[in-house]
Design a binder for this molecule. Structure first.
Ligand code: NDP
Ligand code: 2IT
Length: 449
């Protein structure tokens, strides 16, 4: 075994020993670091500078109590966290997730991925992630508001437009960002609009931020398909999720002439043989905050199936997982391949387990990894920060054009490094290497910190 594979293995062994319960974080790091071996071999300085050891240790993790009162006047207690992973190339940047599954393990994995993703965007943003085990499902607007105010009352001391700039993620959308911003402003007495992104359009939000992750995913996937001379028009697409990322992935896929036949939520999925009617999905999820099951009650060509994993047994040419981590198991990957899937594009963060990624790649499925393919959201977040600093706002078309260029560049760079260090189709390695080189070189330039 090579010296650098030994180095990677020793860092992984130490990580597992020191944080035995953080399985999701280990897996993510393992997948990323194993693809870096050829780069480490060419550049022994990264080992000498202990870059991998530094990469897996967050610069700071804060954990705090979030007390709030429900509509019955009863006190409720949740946990909040912010993982400030890496500030080598800019202020910490990354979303806040409100979901009962949130833990320090999940947030470290997300912040680690975010560090690479933000470097890939080409914009000056470091990596971070935060959130709470609070479950917004079934809560009233006022309960969500009181929760957000309490969460920000503590978070405020750790963030700032030049320090750490949170945004949305699962369970955190425009409504929550509005409440969080209101409380930040009240405590700081400063209109620091660039302290949060994904704001409302009438108070510093950027046009096209809502659409950015889903649209960006399709821009990236289309580049990957174009490179193989494969036309997306007329192809059948399976999408999971029905939140922010899924909705705008479906919108852009349909604009490209693809037929999207599914979407889902955490209870189950709908399969519409005529193609998903996005207006109905938006009405159910965005306006009524309802369940995707209602779609089948409103459209006769659709069937509802209880449970999420069945969505991967629907025959398709392109699969776009846009719900959550680990949603494509090895078994689901086998079903997709058996049904002839040509391409997989990850809208969610790490939706495919490592064994599924390996299976796709071994079976010649073109695979667009999350940290590259879903970087459109954070990229437009960084453009929102630029607009806030300039005190100007750009048109939808300007932002969308910049987003498209950013996604094209991410694809080009990942494909270039895949070719240089690995297999030309291995965009997993290409994306990891591109992100790593930028952050690692900045860390070295800034000394032993
Ligand atoms: P939303 O909260 O808007 O939507 C999440 C969707 O996924 C909902 O349909 C939700 O169903 C479903 N879901 C959530 N948890 C699970 C679960 N455990 N099992 C099955 N389905 C689940 O979140 P986003 O669309 O913003 O985020 C989706 C994914 O994309 C996440 O992995 C996120 O990290 C990633 N991402 C988001 C970006 C953004 O800009 N928002 C940017 C880049 C990546 P239900 O309604 O039942 O909860
Ligand atoms: O995973 C992600 O990239 C996000 N949730 C978006 C983060 C951001 O700062 O816009």
């Amino acid at each position: 075994m090579s010296e650098m594979q030994d180095y990677v293995d020793s860092v992984l062994a130490r990580l597992e020993k020191e944080n035995p319960e953080e399985k999701q974080f280990h897996n993510t790091v393992k997948k990323a670091f194993n693809t870096l071996v050829p780069v480490l071999e060419k550049n022994p300085k990264y080992k000498a500078e202990k870059i991998l050891e530094r990469f897996v240790e967050p610069e700071r993790v804060v954990m705090f109590r979030v007390p709030w009162t429900d509509d019955n006047g009863e006190l409720q207690i949740n946990r909040g966290w912010r993982v400030q992973m890496n500030s080598a190339i800019g202020p910490y940047k990354g979303g806040l997730r409100f979901h009962p599954s949130v833990s320090v393990d999940i947030l470290k994995f997300l912040a680690f991925e975010q560090t690479f993703k933000n470097a890939l965007s080409g914009l000056p943003i470091g990596g971070g992630k935060g959130g709470s085990d609070f479950d917004p499902h079934g809560k009233s607007d006022k309960e969500v508001m009181r929760f957000c105010q309490s969460f920000m009352t503590e978070l405020v001391r750790h963030i700032g437009p030049h320090t750490d700039v949170p945004a949305g993620d699962i369970g955190v959308g425009g409504r929550e960002i509005g409440y969080l911003f209101g409380q930040y402003k009240r405590i700081r007495d400063a209109y620091d609009d660039a302290v949060l992104t994904g704001k409302g359009l009438n108070f510093g939000g950027s046009l096209a931020r809502t659409e950015a992750t889903g649209y960006g995913l399709l821009y990236f996937v289309k580049d990957m398909l174009d490179a193989h001379g494969y036309d997306i028009k007329g192809k059948t697409v399976v999408v999971s999720g029905s939140g922010n990322v899924a909705t705008y992935a479906i919108e852009k896929a349909q604009e490209y002439g693809a037929k999207v036949v599914t979407c889902s939520d955490s209870n189950g999925y709908v399969y519409d043989t005529e193609g998903i009617d996005l207006d109905i999905v938006k009405d159910i999820k965005q306006v009524k905050r309802g369940r995707i099951k209602e779609y089948a009650e409103r459209k006769s060509s659709a069937e509802y199936h209880e449970g999420c994993s069945g969505v991967w047994s629907v025959k398709c040419d392109i699969a776009l997982p846009c719900a959550t981590q680990g949603e494509i198991s090895l078994e689901s990957a086998k079903k997709l391949v058996a049904n002839g899937v040509k391409a997989v594009g990850e809208g969610a963060n790490m939706p495919s387990v490592i064994e599924a990624i390996d299976y796709f790649q071994k079976n010649g499925v073109w695979f667009a990894p999350a940290k590259a393919a879903n970087a459109g959201g954070v990229s437009v977040s960084a453009l929102e920060m630029s607009q806030n600093s300039e005190r100007l706002s750009w048109t939808f078309e300007e932002v969308d054009k910049k987003l498209h260029d950013i996604m094209d560049n991410i694809y080009k760079n990942a494909a270039m490094n895949a070719k240089k260090y690995s297999d030309p189709d291995d965009l997993v390695a290409g994306a990891n290497i591109t992100g790593f080189l930028k952050v690692a070189d900045a860390m070295i330039a800034q000394g032993w910190v």
